[in-house]
Ligand binder design. Sequence first.
Ligand code: PSV
Ligand code: MN
Length: 388
Amino acid sequence: MTVIDDIATELDQLAIEVPSWAYGNSGTRFKVFATPGTPRTVHEKIADAATVHELTGLAPSVALHIPWDRVDDYGALASYAADHGMKLGTVNSNTFQDDDYKFGSLTHSDAMVRNKAIDHMYECIDIMGVTGSRDLKIWLADGTNYPGQGDMRSRQDRLQDSLRKVYDRLGENQRLVLEYKFFEPAFYHTDVPDWGTSYAHCLQLGEKALVCLDTGHHAPGTNIEFIVAQLIRLGKLGSFDFNSRFYADDDLIVGSADPFQLFRIMAEVVRGGGLDPANGIALMLDQCHNLEEKIPGQIRSVLNVQEMTARALLIDRPALTAAQESGDVLGANALVMDAFYTDVRPGLAAWREAKGLPADPMDAYRASGYQDRINTERQGGRQAGWGA
Ligand code: PSV
Ligand code: MN
């Protein structure tokens, strides 16, 4: 018997989507360090993602970023993924790396530029049709740097207009998730800066439009779990981009900067039924591994999410409700902290072994020889990177 036995059914529902770009080289605007074994193609990224899933049983799908992962035949790519035990997941659009988008994409004052961005979204929807992906992710770099540079109000009107055109193109089982971010690359105003703006646009669009919450996209001190609770309550939380941050959008390993915050977020996900696939909340990572090795970085990430999910599931809910309703402030807090401080690692190791997975996926990766093999095999070609 371990602490996990009572929560195993819920825990079994946990599925995390990994981003293709996490396997490529990345860095800061100061330097991108190349790493041996880095994938040159989307196929090699999928193979690396499959290794993470094979060792953890937690990450059955991989998100694509277009144009970074553009190929001629998406059907063949989906079959390649399936042969590796993986599904292709969210298709991330990109309207932030083309000169035409300097002053905006879906919000641009020039209809030619807006249409170019809308056409790009249509391309992504077509890809989703072939790969069987459910979600189109839209994150916009749109914004301005100086007061007066743009008319914030008409930019909102154009945004809704453009999003409507994209929304109307979605198939029956497809959705659009609109991600917000409070600043960067724009420094004065951003067109989708917060969950409220994303929610307002999604509400106007309809039920297939939902909010994407990237944990690194808030001002310091923001109570993110409150936003999670509210969006789930409103039926409008479509997906997470998990990562962690010390300062801004650091894109570090989820749960590394503030494990307690990840626990509090997962407690609200569990409380809102968010682990149930029927509720349609995608748990994705959006990370870059600038200094650490990428595949172990991803393994660590999905394990961190699993550990905090297990702790969140251990909260004694009936006792917590009783304490809350009787005004027992410290009793209620103690119940939450008891769950947080429970060491679930031995229990999770046993859970893994019972499923034929390695007890310690980090060790198993080191022992597998996979890294040595890709370091040797992946010679020549151009290593993939964030943005290429
Ligand atoms: C923007 O900062 C963002 O979080 C969006 O999700 C992008 O698509 C992604 O990063 C690219 O890494
Ligand atoms: Mn993101």
